[in-house]
Write a protein that binds this ligand. Structure first.
Ligand code: GLA
Length: 715
């Protein structure tokens, strides 16, 4: 959809998406401002010329009135006291940014507004793009130091988004930690500045760069929701400022307080895109719109089906041997697994986590003939081959570090703090990136790998880049871009390669990394009940097809919780299914059941991975809950009930997003007598009265779960 110049209104543009309008203009008074007038349900384009533009807030004449009302890029300068999206110090300690409007560069789906601080030669471009289809608006900022002196940027966000005043606002987002990523939180947005951030150098387990805001009245299915996400995999900051006047401005960008970006004359810097989305359809529609955007515009191969993988980590930990892996491969193939992945412990002297990271050749004791013996056997079993790597890391006890101690993030004269006995290689450096491509490319090519699990297991500390002087902080940006560049180059050279982003579990899940990876490791926590909450939070932004989920052992390795195999499978089948258990320990009955469940998943995975997701009901992992996926005429429901008795549930599950007048027939599943194959209902009945599912019955054993497949018969 286009970005239109509003007829009859100079310097005013409307970004028109499928269901929304975003209206902005350049206001040239004593001071130039780029103002957002409107962001909400779609306005008739023809009428825009007639509409009186009014700021969302009353702007009187009091000496207290700020000028940062409704700006796309409020700067630190002039009569502004809110959150600045751009903050700079120029030569001589001058801090007040003063921008003049130069020109607009327009194309069908993109607008660039060029502004300039003439006194110091800082060019600032605001970019806006409406990708085809959907309601997401992409915005980013690029700056160029065209002056004679250096400029230091303390904050350069991708821009600010303004939400109209309401009596109250509520935010939804996720927090977490290792093994408990993407925990949903929803709370009143107080008057003031609420900041969500990562200072780790990665996206982080503790927060994720997106927010949804509503007026306190949105539900899963109804209500206005404004949402902003940042497509970035390094440190970030998102500040939601609810102003005393009752409106909200959300500024989002890379970096965090402290590091600053030093631009010498001639330097340029571009932010990652911040993405805005408005809907009147509640959180569910917001999530589905994000999923659709990820499929259309982010994921590199959205049309593919992700294979069922086996990963040996929880089976062998660091005890990797060729014979052991081959034994696991045979058992995995027997279950219907399509991709066999050797995790950590296959390379260098890596027999535990104290050594070997950085030495990326097959461990000579464990694989004396190299890895191809194993991988040829894997292929002979009908599976494809994949490997775990952690390219950004090095153990001090490694040949790589002994040879190149300067390659890590460090400051001369400061400690080099390790975490998990490792240091971070500086991917901002050209030589480090060249080294990485230099071993990754042959590793993939020579072993016929179709998959890498790209891990990143620690946060930045002592993040110095000696030799770069004042520009050293830029490594916070350039490391992330360096990782992107290596992944992009690797994919370019190996078009068949697919990558899973992992960072000690789900520490690097975002719309930046998903542009060059195909799936993400959601969490190291594979406990089915804990996973349900993690997967629920994940689903707010990211699509199920990219969500990697494993079935592991009976007693979970992290929590010790014992959950029936079927329930574990049904939870992992809600995304892209994998198996990560110690298969020699599984009983013959468990293996037989697993074989059936893998086959059942393959029957429905196209609907799960590519369909429209509805979070149907309940608190996942706590109460009876269910998720539904719909693709064309096909509907798949996964229902869960972890507890035995719950008299307060109705026992009926209402479906969503169906054609009310069509008839739906049960065509598969393992629900039991209440929902035999061939049963038929109208869409309207399913949505308003619901299905009586055995899983949802108030009384029954713990950990009931089921998979149900329906098909639309007529409409
Ligand atoms: C991280 C990952 C795990 C596993 C280990 C290997 O913790 O999240 O899945 O790959 O590293 O060391």
């Amino acid at each position: 959809m286009p970005v239109l110049q509003v007829p009859g209104r100079p310097n005013t543009w409307a970004a028109v998406t499928e269901t929304t309008t975003y209206l902005l203009s350049v206001e040239e008074g004593e001071e130039v401002k780029v103002v957002q007038w409107y962001w909400g349900p779609r306005l008739p384009v023809a009428a825009l010329a007639e509409v009186t533009l009014q700021p969302a807030r009353y702007h009187g004449t009091s000496f207290l009135d700020p000028d940062d009302i409704d700006e796309l890029l409020p700067v630190d300068g002039g009569r502004r006291w809110g959150v600045p999206s751009l903050q700079a110090t120029f030569e001589g300690g001058v801090r007040s940014v003063e921008l003049a409007f130069e020109r607009a560069v327009e194309s069908d789906d993109e607008l660039e507004l060029v502004l300039r601080d003439a006194a110091h030669g800082l060019r600032v471009s605001l970019h806006l793009r409406c990708p085809e289809g959907g309601d997401v608006i992409e915005r980013w900022v690029s700056v160029a130091n065209e002056g004679a002196a250096a400029v230091r940027l303390h904050r350069l966000d991708s821009g600010s988004w303004v939400l109209p005043a309401r009596p109250r606002h509520r935010y939804t987002g996720v927090y977490g930690g290792w093994a408990q990523e993407t925990q949903l939180q929803r709370a009143e947005l107080p008057v003031g500045e609420t900041t969500f951030t990562s200072r780790t150098g990665t996206t982080s387990h503790k927060a994720n760069p997106w927010i949804m805001v509503d007026a306190g009245d949105a539900t899963e299915e109804t209500g206005e929701v404004w949402t902003v996400a940042l497509a970035w995999s390094g440190s970030w900051r998102l500040t939601a400022q609810r102003r005393p006047e009752g409106d909200v401005a959300i500024s989002a960008g890379f970096g965090h307080e402290g590091p600053s970006w030093y631009l010498t004359p001639g330097d340029t810097l571009e932010t990652p895109p911040a993405l805005g989305l408005h809907t009147t359809g509640g959180y569910g529609t917001a999530s589905r719109s994000w999923h659709e955007y990820a499929r259309r515009h982010v994921l590199p191969h959205p049309g593919e089906l992700r294979p069922v993988l086996y990963n040996s980590w929880e089976a062998t930990w660091f005890e990797v041997t060729e014979a052991g892996q081959l034994d696991l491969a045979r058992r995995a193939a027997d279950l219907g697994v399509e991709l066999f992945v050797v995790d950590d412990g296959w390379f260098g002297e890596r027999t535990d986590d104290t050594r070997g990271l950085g030495d990326w050749w097959p461990n000579p004791d464990r694989f004396p003939q190299g890895l191809n013996g194993l991988f040829d056997a894997v292929r002979g079993l009908g599976m494809q081959a994949g490997l775990w790597v952690e390219p950004e890391m090095v153990n001090p006890d490694s040949d790589l570090y002994r040879k190149n101690p300067d390659w890590v993030l460090h400051y001369p004269g400061r400690r080099r703090d390790t975490m998990r006995n490792q240091l971070v290689l500086n991917f901002a450096r050209d030589d480090v990136r060249a080294w990485a491509v230099g071993w990754l490319d042959p590793l993939v090519r020579d072993h016929g790998l179709v998959y890498l699990k790209w891990d990143m297991n620690r946060s930045f500390t002592q993040a110095g880049w000696p030799g770069e002087g004042e520009r050293g902080d830029l490594l916070w940006i350039k490391h992330t871009r360096g990782v992107y560049a290596v992944m992009d180059e690797l994919r370019r050279r190996n078009p068949g390669l697919r990558i899973e982003s992992c960072s000690g579990g789900g520490g690097r899940v975002d719309l930046g990394i998903l542009r060059r990876t195909d799936q993400v490791w959601t969490s190291d926590n594979t406990d089915a009940r804990d996973r349900q909450a993690i997967q629920q939070g994940y689903s707010y932004l990211y699509p199920a097809g990219a969500m990697s989920c494993w079935v592991t052992d009976r007693a979970n390795a992290i929590t010790g919780r014992v959950v029936p195999l079927r329930y574990r499978f049904h939870v992992a089948m809600a995304g892209t299914l994998g198996i990560g258990g110690d298969l020699p320990e599984w009983t013959a009955e468990e293996l037989a059941e697993a074989r059936e469940l893998v086959a059942a998943y393959k029957e429905v995975r196209h609907v799960v991975q590519h369909g429209r997701l509805h979070r149907l009901a309940g608190t996942p992992g706590v109460t009876a809950s269910a998720v539904q996926y719909t693709l064309g005429a096909e509907v798949v429901v996964l229902a869960y009930h972890p507890y035995g008795y719950n008299g307060s549930v109705s026992g009926r599950l209402r479906l969503a997003g169906l054609d009310p007048d069509a008839v739906y027939e049960v065509v598969g599943g393992d629900g039991g007598p209440a929902v035999p194959e061939g049963s038929r209902w109208h869409g309207r009945t399913l949505m308003s009265h619901g299905l009586a599912l055995p899983t949802w019955a108030p009384a029954g054993p713990d950990y009931r779960s089921e998979l149900l497949a329906l098909r639309r018969m007529t409409s």
